[in-house]
Design a protein around this ligand. Structure first.
Ligand SMILES: O=C(O)CCC(=O)C(=O)O
Length: 293
């Protein structure tokens, strides 16, 4: 798997310095550099050592696709929790090269915002599979146990926004340190968790890599939540088709139903996050809706 990741990164025509705001730029491949790398504060020895995330690995890499969609070691436990009729919501390689920064406290459901008639916001589970030893020094997973029972809590983007701000999308209120736990893992160990549980990873302060795979699944009848204005939205069907992040204007938004990050005049309050979500929803949702496990 590590070799597949290295090959994928090498093959992708994106460099930290030539960064064309990758999450705005449409179809895969999609590489996300660490904000420290994009801003020039950290100069990696190689492209691979600057990459934080590879998105949609199942959509453009046959090995990852098999792993995510047909490997019984992955799929069976998810079926036990969510039932047989599943969709893959997201598939990523999470690289946290030495020197790269934290992933702040968040719920993946803060991004997906899916709900289900019976399971509510606990309708998405995610695998986090360690490809390297992951410990407190190189940024293993930290959790706030029990937080999944509180629904989807308020999330924020840093202000001012930047091309890499989405990596810092996080809960407005970090959990008290004494209520959190961290989970060291050996290579090949895996976590399976309710992605409404608040989690994050600290910076990699070691000289060791910390690569992981992450994939999240939901029942195929999970649907996007309603925005605070009480209007139904369908991010997969509508956002991908109609929205362009640059054109997030009130008049265009009126053709679709608004999302939680629109203000009362339907103005998008988080344009960068829109594009991030759009990229994910379009590619993952569309591609795999037709090929549910
Ligand atoms: O692997 C990490 O650094 C954390 C990733 C994570 O929690 C996420 O992308 O949702």
């Amino acid at each position: 798997m590590k070799e597949e990741i290295a090959n994928d990164v090498a093959a992708w025509p994106v460099t930290p310095t030539g960064l064309p705001a990758p999450h705005l730029s449409g179809p895969p491949p999609y590489v996300d550099f660490d904000p420290l790398v994009s801003s020039g504060q950290l100069v990696p020895d190689s492209k691979l050592l600057g990459v934080r995330r590879l998105f949609r690995i199942a959509s453009h890499n046959a090995s990852f696709r098999r792993l995510c969609l047909t490997d019984e070691r992955i799929v069976s436990p998810v079926r036990c929790i969510l039932g047989n009729d599943l969709k893959l919501v997201q598939s990523m390689a999470l690289l946290k090269p030495p020197g790269t920064g934290e992933k702040r406290w968040h719920q993946d459901q803060g991004v997906f915002r899916l709900t289900h008639p019976e399971k509510g916001s606990s309708c998405v589970v995610g695998w986090w599979i360690a490809l390297d030893t992951a410990d407190a020094d190189n940024g293993c997973m930290h959790f706030h146990p029990g937080s999944q029972h509180k629904g989807i809590v308020h999330h924020m983007l840093p202000v001012p926004a930047s091309a890499t701000a989405h990596i810092h999308y996080s809960v407005a209120e970090a959990p008290p340190a004494e209520e959190t736990v961290y989970v060291p893992l050996d290579p090949g160990d895996a976590l399976l968790f309710d992605v409404a549980c608040v989690h994050g990873t600290p910076a990699n302060n070691s000289k060791r890599p910390r690569q992981a795979l992450q994939m999240q699944y939901a029942p195929s009848d999970a649907r996007p939540t309603r925005c605070p204005r009480g209007v139904a939205i369908d991010v997969v069907a509508e956002v991908g088709a109609i929205f362009d992040a640059q054109d997030c204007t009130p008049s265009e938004q009126r053709h679709v139903t608004p999302w939680f990050d629109c203000d009362a005049d339907f103005r998008c309050t988080e344009p960068q996050f829109w594009s991030y979500r759009k990229a994910e929803a379009t590619v993952c949702g569309r591609l795999f809706d037709a090929e549910c496990i």
